[in-house]
Design a protein around this ligand. Structure first.
Ligand SMILES: NC(=O)c1ccc[n+]([C@@H]2O[C@H](COP(=O)([O-])OP(=O)(O)OC[C@H]3O[C@@H](n4cnc5c(N)ncnc54)[C@H](O)[C@@H]3O)[C@@H](O)[C@H]2O)c1
Length: 272
């Protein structure tokens, strides 16, 4: 296998391929990396502008990518993504599920609407995309799924967000289950679990938790809490995802790579 072009001519669907703010999120970085290794990337996002920004960056490097609009909380929207842009390619080699967000807050005062929103966005979304992708992959003889979780599935992160924590724990076991359901079909499913990453998506929730103007202080505390002394970035998540999606991981399924600078192997931190 050509190490640098592991996805040549492969169709890769990155769901949540944009970034919520300026800079580089996990999904955007992964989309760029797949394209650098020869993939035809479908950059799907609820924000067509965010997806277009990712596609612009890929095209600027000479890569192949197209935008697609999807709202992963909508069954109809996910079905349309597969009936339209995915079906147009005639195959799907990699499904990379990146969408996920938190609605922080104490459980005793949390609303049912927030709980349902977080589960719909983080977990039910992956059920919907996988349910559509699995028959396509089975019919073509195989494929790879990478789902993005969070270390909050394993550890208290210093502030209450039980819906996020529980939904991300669900992502991990959901992925293990579909991996076993389809192990004999040539379909692999694995998880990448980010730790404390410095991406645009942390700004809104941590501003809500710590207060206006506190984001740089939060960044510093998050960095200091990591045994390696710094947060990770989108590239770190993307590289782990590409490994799991590639044929280099052809005998790996139902597994999780934790990308966290050592934090889940440590005790006594509070990034808040
Ligand atoms: N940054 C961190 O510290 C960190 C830590 C642990 C886990 N994660 C996980 O990483 C993933 C997010 O990474 P990111 O940096 O790319 O995030 P991001 O928030 O920038 O989101 C990526 C894209 O998802 C899109 N999106 C939001 N709602 C959508 C919907 N309903 N349908 C379709 N697209 C939608 C956004 O428009 C955005 O472009 C999440 O699963 C998150 O839980 C991040």
């Amino acid at each position: 296998m050509d190490n640098a072009m592991r996805f040549r001519d492969r169709v890769v669907l990155v769901v949540g391929a944009g970034s919520v703010g300026p800079g580089l999120g996990n999904g955007k970085a992964a989309a760029i990396l797949y394209a650098r290794e020869g993939a035809r990337v479908i950059a799907a996002d609820v924000s067509i502008d965010a997806a277009a920004e990712t596609v612009r960056e890929i095209a600027g490097e000479g890569g192949l990518a197209e935008t697609a609009r999807v709202d992963v909380t909508s069954e109809e929207s996910v079905a349309a993504l597969f009936a339209g842009p995915v079906a147009a390619h005639g195959r799907l080699d990699v499904l990379h599920n990146n969408v996920g967000m938190t609605r922080p807050g104490a459980t005793a005062s949390a609303s049912l609407a927030d709980w349902d929103f977080v589960f719909a966005l983080n977990l039910r979304s992956m059920f919907l995309t996988c349910r559509s992708a699995l028959p396509v992959m089975k019919a073509q003889g195989g494929g790879a799924i990478v789902n993005i979780a969070s270390i909050s599935a394993h550890r208290w992160l210093g502030s209450p967000m039980a819906s996020y924590d529980a939904s991300k724990a669900g992502v991990i076991q959901f992925t293990r289950s579909i991996a076993l359901e389809h192990a004999a079909d040539g379909i692999r499913a694995n998880v990448v679990t980010p730790g404390l990453m410095d991406t645009p998506t942390i700004v809104a929730p941590y501003t809500a938790i710590a207060g206006e103007g506190q984001i740089d202080a939060v960044r510093a505390r998050r960095a200091a809490a990591v045994p390696m002394g710094r947060m990770g970035d989108g590239w770190d998540i993307g590289h782990a995802a590409l490994f799991l999606a590639s044929d280099h991981a052809r005998y790996i399924t139902g597994q999780e790579i934790v990308v966290d600078g050592g934090i889940t192997r440590a005790v006594g931190f509070n990034p808040k």
